[in-house]
Write a protein that binds this ligand. Sequence first.
Ligand SMILES: Cc1cc2nc3c(=O)[nH]c(=O)nc-3n(C[C@H](O)[C@H](O)[C@H](O)COP(=O)(O)O)c2cc1C
Length: 204
Amino acid sequence: MTNILVISSSAAGDASVSAGLIASFIDAARAAAPSARIVMRDVGTQPLPHLSPASLGGLRGEPATEVERQTRAVSDELIAELRAADLILIGAPMYNFGITSTLKTWFDHVLRAGETFRYTAEGPEGLLTGKRAIVIATRGGLYSDGPAAAMDSQEPHLRTMLGFIGISDVSFVRVERLAMGPEAGAAAVEAANDALRDLAARAA
Ligand SMILES: Cc1cc2nc3c(=O)[nH]c(=O)nc-3n(C[C@H](O)[C@H](O)[C@H](O)COP(=O)(O)O)c2cc1C
């Protein structure tokens, strides 16, 4: 049985393009693999708390306060979801050239030394090997080609963080030019739907 963890991170609610594409992927994955287990974690509509002086100790060493214990419990739960997944589908809107702050906060909770990576004499080593990820990267502009390519801090950051914990098999579905006219946007969504249908069939 395939375990799929879905992370959504748009602040746009029902108007979110990435959320719509995630829904299409899930429909296709359920058709291809009816027994697939799908766990949803929407940090866009239900944001995790940012780390603060009161909570940071929950991620390092032994939690000593109630807030630190709560933070550790949330982090443990998120990491358990990640460990159980064979495939991680991430909806990643581009906000100000990078990922949303809500998605970054999710990574802040799951990149934990001794749990998802460890330091060795040869350097850091990712511990979540054997998994695949698919990233739906929605963008108003065009970054895969042309003059804005150097401004893309979304895809390299995601590749780095996922790779750091051992997830290097990552497929990016870039949904670009969403703010460059209705025709360009509709074509991008249609192409993304096609790509996601293929990826969902392979997820079975
Ligand atoms: C706060 C904010 C910042 C944005 N910054 C960028 C940006 O830097 N570059 C870009 O191409 N699009 C930018 N956009 C456009 C979004 O990437 C686009 O609306 C996309 O559809 C968001 O994904 P979603 O529909 O799933 O929320 C921004 C949108 C918002 C709301």
